[in-house]
Design a protein around this ligand. Structure first.
Ligand code: UT7
Length: 321
């Protein structure tokens, strides 16, 4: 599989740690030292379908592919504008990709990598030839802005990639642990019909993002290094040979812990959570677009992408550029 082009879209509105210290009891010092996040973009009205379409158009332009050439669009998101129609169909309509089949993928922060794996499988089978995949979120609408333990972490944005079949190697490992799903939840939709006694309004507890941060932290610092070791074995390369590690941007300390455990120089682990926070499914494609546009990834480079999050889910990919 080859990435033909990438693109990003971010809301204009920047919210700094100092801005948040005016609405909850927190400080720039706490947020920066515990997470590495300094600011995030928060939607001032931009929807997921708008951000996703903007990122898609930038990726198509760079790929020199027209919207009509696309035969599949996948949007990874946990914050769609609504459940139906899906976001991929809304992107299709906005960009004029009239020949595409469209569906969404819900796998939280691993969503973009699961979309990449799905694209790779379709390309390998020959079912589709030109695929647009997008990770897009407006997490700000699920965050409880009175809960300092979560509201300082997340941001909004979208990243996209256009991919096609190629000789370049692509190797993936992935997994899920539904038994631990309750450590990270949002937007429950309780059963509500004339035979049940539940009220017809979702409670704030059911709606807002809930996270047992320490459990997710432990899961990440165990699972990411394990999956990197698995993937290098499967790809028959060594950790030292990898030029870049693009990890989900949740917490600088998680990335530092992975680097320490596998003896990887931090310079090989680019980060942008200082500017964008944790953007869930958008995090990896936003970072990928940034490093590609800066020319950091050179032809022939070996790159590992790794995501982890709600579900629980995780996925790690090895790609040669
Ligand atoms: O994308 C999905 C994946 N998500 C993640 O990867 C997140 C993983 N988890 C984390 O990144 C970290 O667990 C957090 C950043 C969420 C929290 O960091 P922590 O070092 O685990 O802090 P903690 O939860 O142990 O809380 C330490 C203290 C507590 O106070 P006490 O009980 O020690 O008095 C918290 O109440 O920090 C307090 N605290 C805060 N203080 C100031 C929690 N949030 C804040 C805050 N500002 N925003």
């Amino acid at each position: 599989m080859k990435i033909l082009g990438t693109g990003s879209a971010l809301p204009d509105h920047i919210v700094t740690n100092d801005d948040l210290s005016k609405i909850v009891e927190t400080s720039d010092e706490w947020i920066t030292s515990r997470t590495g996040i300094r600011q995030r973009r928060i939607s001032g009205g931009e929807t997921v379908s708008e951000l996703a379409s903007k990122a898609a158009l930038a990726a198509l332009e760079q790929a020199k592919v027209s919207a009509e050439e696309l035969d599949l669009i996948m949007v990874a998101t946990i914050t769609p504008d609504g459940i139906m129609p899906n976001m991929a169909c809304m992107v299709q309509d906005r960009i004029g990709a009239v020949n595409a089949t469209c569906f969404d993928i819900n796998a939280a922060c691993s969503g973009f990598l699961f979309a990449l794996n799905t694209a790779n499988a379709y390309l390998t089978s020959g079912m589709y030839q030109k695929i647009l995949l997008i990770g897009a979120e407006t997490l700000s609408k699920l965050v409880n802005w009175e809960d300092r333990t979560t509201c300082v972490l997340f941001g909004d944005g979208a990243g996209a990639a256009v991919v096609a079949a190629d000789e370049q190697r692509y190797v993936a490992v992935s997994g899920s642990d539904g038994a631990k799903g309750q450590v990270l939840t949002a937007a429950q939709l309780p059963l509500r019909n004339f035979t049940t006694e539940q009220g017809d309004i979702v409670t704030p507890e059911q709606f807002y993002m809930y996270m047992n941060g320490q459990e997710v932290f432990k899961f990440a610092v165990r699972t990411v290094p394990d999956s990197i070791l698995k993937i290098v074995e499967k790809a028959q390369v060594t950790v030292d040979e990898i030029d870049w590690f693009l990890l989900h941007q949740a917490n600088e300390r998680i990335i530092a812990s992975v680097a320490k455990r596998l003896d990887i120089p931090m310079e090989k682990m680019p980060m942008n959570m200082d500017r964008y926070g944790n953007t869930s499914a958008a995090s990896i494609p936003l970072l990928l677009d940034e490093v590609l546009r800066k020319g950091m990834i050179k032809p022939g480079n070996k790159v590992i992408l790794s995501g982890f999050g709600g579900g629980l889910t995780w996925g790690t990919v090895y790609m040669e550029f």
